[in-house]
Design a binder for this molecule. Structure first.
Ligand code: GLN
Length: 305
């Protein structure tokens, strides 16, 4: 396996330069486009890694499945489903998902920005500080890493420039889908996107989703298996936004990308995979990261189809 990962990394290295850093969040443009890393955690307890697997980056949209998990744990499936829907949008992550139709919960999806902003209001807590604290704590627990923190400069950078997200949040408020203070909700969302992780952290988190809510070594259950099924199903249909169909054909497992360059891929019952490569394709997904997953999936017969 070590050899396979090194071989694939070499093969995919040239693709990194074809990607573009997410410069719409100014701080993310400081990344190194040549980075490429992978961490694989298998159900037999073995783990394998290669490249920049230990380099920290911001989680960005890979927080969305964790936010969904927390919303499910706090409210159950019926409430979450009625607030943020489950249908694939087939649209970019920041799409203003309406024409002249009235915006309804059914038009949202938890894996795109509008759905994720709405989910911040479903997390329980006295105030937004407590809500965000609970999300950070769950992320640490799933990753089995108590040291996970927020990258303050990325957080401030996005808070300063995130006007498209502000527009999406106001649209949610004007449609009555959220009722809390827009800036407070957005602050929670921006902080959530700025949580700093590594490929190893993402592999740990995705392994628990692959293992239907249980830790590997101790068998400790962190959440009910039905929530893993729910999250994985939504990831399969919308985790890579308007690239989800292509990804399903090429890789064939539930996955979530983020504009920081991270991808977490879940191979049900078999493995959790964390990938990092910050050069993005036109849909905001890691370009070399997808290529690496495609080749890895072919070689290891990972597709669930
Ligand atoms: N923080 C980013 C944004 O809201 C997350 C988007 C992403 O990772 N696709 O624009």
């Amino acid at each position: 396996m070590e050899e396979l990962l090194e071989e694939l990394l070499e093969e995919c290295g040239p693709y990194t330069a074809q990607g573009r850093l997410a410069d719409y969040i100014p701080e993310l443009s400081k990344g190194d486009v040549n980075d490429l890393g992978i961490y694989v955690m298998r159900s037999d307890g073995k783990h394998y890694q290669a490249g920049s697997y230990n380099k920290p980056f911001t989680i960005q949209s890979v927080i969305k499945p964790i936010l969904l998990l927390l919303a499910l744990m706090d409210n159950g499936t019926d409430v979450v489903r009625s607030h943020v829907g489950v249908e694939a949008t087939g649209k970019p992550f920041d799409a203003i998902n309406v024409t002249d139709q009235q915006l309804l919960s059914d038009h949202l999806n938890p894996m795109v920005n509008m759905g994720a902003i709405a989910m911040c209001t479903l997390v329980k807590g006295r105030d937004y500080e407590e809500r965000f604290g609970r999300l950070l704590e769950l992320t640490r627990q799933l990753a089995d890493n108590p040291e996970i923190e927020v990258d303050e400069s990325v957080y401030l950078s996005e808070k300063r420039t995130g006007n498209k997200n502000r527009a999406l949040a106001f649209l949610l408020k004007s449609s009555g889908i959220i009722s809390d203070d827009v800036e407070e909700v957005l602050d929670c969302y921006f902080r959530a996107c700025s949580i700093k992780v590594t490929c190893k952290d993402l592999a740990h988190i995705s392994y628990i989703l692959a293992n239907r809510g249980k830790r590997l070594q101790t068998d400790e259950r962190l959440f009910p298996s039905q929530y893993a099924r729910y999250v994985n199903a939504v990831l399969m249909t919308c985790g890579m936004y308007d690239g989800s169909g292509d990804f399903a054909v090429k890789v064939g497992v539930p996955a979530k990308s983020g504009v920081g360059g991270g991808i977490m891929a879940i191979v049900p019952t078999r493995m959790g995979i964390g990938i990092f490569s910050p050069g993005l394709d036109s849909k905001g997904n890691s370009l070399a990261g997808i290529k690496l997953l495609e080749l890895f999936s072919q070689r290891m017969y990972l597709s669930i189809f």
